[in-house]
Write a protein that binds this ligand. Structure first.
Ligand code: SF4
Length: 124
């Protein structure tokens, strides 16, 4: 496994703790506490360029110290999926797309491992 793939595996595993958080709750947390959203109060936030290296540097600078970085990433992976674009959750588009493949695979495996409901709606 390449070092980069391993890093995406670790990142996806780190998001597992948010798997059961409803999407609306993630949206509320990110909206209320996202660092880039406070900064819009004080000035124009930096804009992404869709150029990989520039956006990777922007993501590092913009999202460092954001208290809801994981929540932002989880939200974007769920909502935008493969249509994701720009800087969110500390990653540029290319890195988030690579993470999305690993993340989606983990989530599919988790769903497959959930116990089936019986006819009365009880989990086995
Ligand atoms: S992780 Fe980055 S893009 Fe997301 S809310 Fe925080 S600062 Fe904004």
């Amino acid at each position: 496994m390449s070092a980069q793939r391993k890093s995406f595996e670790e990142m996806a595993a780190g998001l597992d703790e948010l798997a059961m958080v409803p999407t609306e709750v993630l949206a509320d947390w990110v909206t209320a506490r996202g660092k880039c959203l406070w900064e819009t109060t004080f000035g124009e936030p930096p804009e992404w360029t869709c150029e990989a290296d520039a956006d990777r540097e922007l993501a590092h600078r913009l999202c460092s110290g954001c208290p809801v970085r994981g929540e932002c990433l989880e939200f974007e992976l769920r909502i935008a999926g493969e249509r994701t674009l720009g800087v969110w959750g500390g990653l540029n588009t290319d890195d988030r797309l690579a993470l999305h493949k690993v993340w989606a695979s983990r989530r599919r495996d988790e769903v497959a491992e959930l116990p089936e409901d019986d006819e009365e709606g009880e989990r086995s």
